[in-house]
Every structure is written in C-alpha cells, then in structure tokens.
Design a protein around this ligand. Structure first.
Ligand SMILES: [Zn+2]
Length: 384
C-alpha cells in the first residue's frame, strides 16, 4: 500500500520548496499520495486583486457519512538565514531520530501523518464506511485570503458538508500527546491617533501635548484587566504593540502621537462587545486623565484593523473524547484540552462543522533547524 509510511510522505512533501505563495510541487506530491488511495482530487486556484494567486487542494474518499475532514496547509514560512541551518531547509535529512527542514512540524508533518493514517486504516479495515476529505491550502502562512475560507466556500457550494474536522497544526508544547486545542481566542487590533497642538516645551499652556493623551489612552486599554478568564479560556489580554511620536526635537511638543494595540480575547466577549468596551475606556480616559488637568478631552481617532478573528470553543464532546482516546492509545498520555496560543484556520472551519486541532510538537516551528521527531515505528497492535 502506498503512502503508509509517514516518514516517506513527509520527506516527499518537504523536498518541495513551497514558501507562501509558491505551490512548489507540494500539492502535486500530496495528490500523488492521495489518488492511489482512491481519493477524488480537485486543485482549486483562488485569486483576489492585490494578493498572490494561490493553489489549494480538496480531496474526498467515499460518498456517505459520517464525513471527517483533515485540514491543513502545505505552504511554509521562509527559511531565514540558510547558512544557519545544520541541515538543508528542504533536504528532509534525518539525524538523531529527527527530520530537519522547513515545514517538518508546521505542518507538512501533520499532513504526512494524516495520509499515512488513512492508508493504514484502509489496509487494515478495507473501504471506509463514511468519507474522509483533505482540505489543504497554500495560503495559511500568508494573507490567508485565498486559502481555507475560499476553499470551504468552494466545497460547500458543490454540496460538501462535514461532521467533524481535525486540523493538524502543531499543538503539543513538549511531547506528542500533551495537548488538543478545542478552541481559540479571538484577536482584534487597532490604531489610535491623538491630535494635539505643536508648541514650545517651555510654554505648554500654549500647546497641547499628544504624548500625555496617548499615555492616558494606552494606560486605560491595559488596566484594569478585561476579565478574569473562564473555565476554558485564560484571561483576555491587551498589549500595546507600539507608541509612535517620531519627534526628534527635545524642546518641541509634537502635534500628533499614535499607538497600536492587539487584544487576544476569550468568549466573555465577541468582537462587537469588545470594540464597545474599548471605545468606552478610551472616551473615559480622554475626558478625565490626571495627566491633563483642566484640559478639554483628548482628541483622538481610532482605526480598527480589518477582519477581527472571532473566538470559538468546540463543545462536541464525542469528537473531543474520541480524539483524546486515540491519542491516549498511541502515546500513553492524556492530552490537555486547551484554548491557548494564536489563531489558526480552525476559526474559519468552525462555521461549517465542529473542529479540533492536534499535530506535532511545535517547539521549532518557524525557526532555523525546524525538526520533528518520529516517535516510534508503526505498531500494528496500536494501529487505529
Ligand atoms: Zn501552520
């Protein structure tokens, strides 16, 4: 049976230099693994003005239900300083039981394992009772505009529907079996600009320092905390990521100051209630800052970054329990259910079916010498 060995699958994928937006041969390599297993494979090109064209792949085996989707991406981030790599970034070299190269853990490794798992299942059990599909994008590490969202829309338009999805992004902090992601925090960003009046630093009553204004507003964003966390989520957290005044003269009060912020929020909020809270904090601080006694309110404007990422939590206990059980059988570890970390394409998939995430150990993702460990040779007794 082809594609049964995850290590061979992974080295074939890794040797394709598919740095976003390049397909790099990776989807062709994947197609060559899936077709002999009986998958019907579609290559779907997505385009949008101002972004690179992206090739994606959708493949399905079986026609009935239940229908499980494996989701992931074959694109990888740039290699950075190539001379700093111990092994070539597209070499798929194995040393000390680890395979080196860009994408080994994020996330060609996950895809290689998906394919091997399907191949083994067919070999051990014959034809599937339900259906398995692969929804693979080439645009996860880039703008994510011509990737998962459009591929989901394309597949749904032709009648595809799914009962559950497993995303193979690296989710384990230290060892395989540590952690399943069952949700993700939302993410929202914005930029505030405070408008002051330029003037002489010795005559502040004739000017209006925007630095005082921006400090008042940014403090109000960071304190007090937005919430104390929930049973399943850590507390929402806002970071001011930059404050910019760009004033080179020490004796001049500048005219303008700006600051950007990003908040990772839990399901205490949605994007709209959170925006309202942020505006309320800013308006309060603008009106009554101790940094600006006796002054009229701070004049500011606020621009939201496009497309907030929405928070989600998967409550499908059957899906979570069956994945946990499978992980425990193979790794002897009981995975923690977590909602930590950044966003992922699961935030788009959750609108179509329940979604959970489980992949490799993520310690070296996006780093020089990215590498993944093949934990143990296939064990037929434990095969799922
Ligand atoms: Zn990834």
């Amino acid at each position: 049976m082809t594609a049964i060995d995850p290590v061979a699958n992974l080295s074939a994928l890794i040797r394709c230099p598919s740095v976003t937006p390049a397909e790099g041969g990776a989807l062709t390599a994947l197609e060559a693994m899936l077709k002999p297993l009986g998958f019907a494979v579609d290559r779907v090109m997505a385009t949008e003005d101002g972004t690179p064209d992206i090739e994606n792949l959708y493949a399905r085996l079986g026609t009935g239900g239940p229908h499980l989707m494996f989701a992931g991406h074959t694109d990888v981030v740039p290699v950075g300083d190539e001379s700093a790599w111990t092994h070539g970034p597209f070499s798929a070299d194995i040393a000390d039981g680890q395979m080196y190269s860009r994408g080994a853990v994020d996330m060609k490794g996950g895809i290689a394992c998906f394919v091997a798992a399907v191949a083994r299942h067919i070999e051990n059990n014959g034809p599937l009772k339900g259906s398995i599909s692969f929804l693979i994008t080439g645009d996860e590490e880039g703008p994510a505009i011509n990737g998962t969202t459009k591929l989901l829309e394309w597949a749904a338009a032709k009648g595809e529907c799914w009962d559950a999805c497993l995303v193979g992004e690296p989710t384990n902090p230290d060892q395989l079996g540590d952690m399943i992601k069952i949700g993700r925090r939302g993410s929202l960003s914005g930029t505030i600009t405070v408008h002051g009046v330029q003037g002489h630093a010795a005559y502040p009553h004739l000017a209006d320092s925007p630095v005082r204004g921006i400090l008042a507003l940014t403090q109000a964003l960071m304190d007090p905390p937005f919430d104390g966390g929930t049973d399943t989520f850590q507390p929402s957290n806002l970071e001011v990521t930059t404050i910019d005044v760009a004033n080179k003269a020490v004796n001049v009060i500048p005219a303008k100051a700006s600051a950007s912020f990003n908040i990772r929020f839990n399901d205490t909020w949605d994007a709209d209630t959170l925006k309202a809270e942020i505006i309320a904090r800013l308006d309060r601080a603008a009106a009554e800052s101790p940094l600006r006694p006796g002054r009229p309110p701070v004049r500011y404007d606020l621009v939201w970054s496009e497309r907030p990422s929405h928070v989600f939590l998967t409550r499908n206990n059957a899906l979570i329990a069956s994945l946990s059980k499978a992980i425990e059988m193979v790794t002897d570890r009981e995975p923690k259910l977590s909602t930590t970390g950044g966003t992922s394409d699961a935030r788009f998939i959750k609108d179509y079916c329940p979604v959970v995430e489980f992949g490799l150990v993520g310690q070296t993702m996006h780093m020089v010498d990215e590498r993944g460990r093949h934990r143990r040779p296939p064990n037929p007794d434990r095969d799922l």
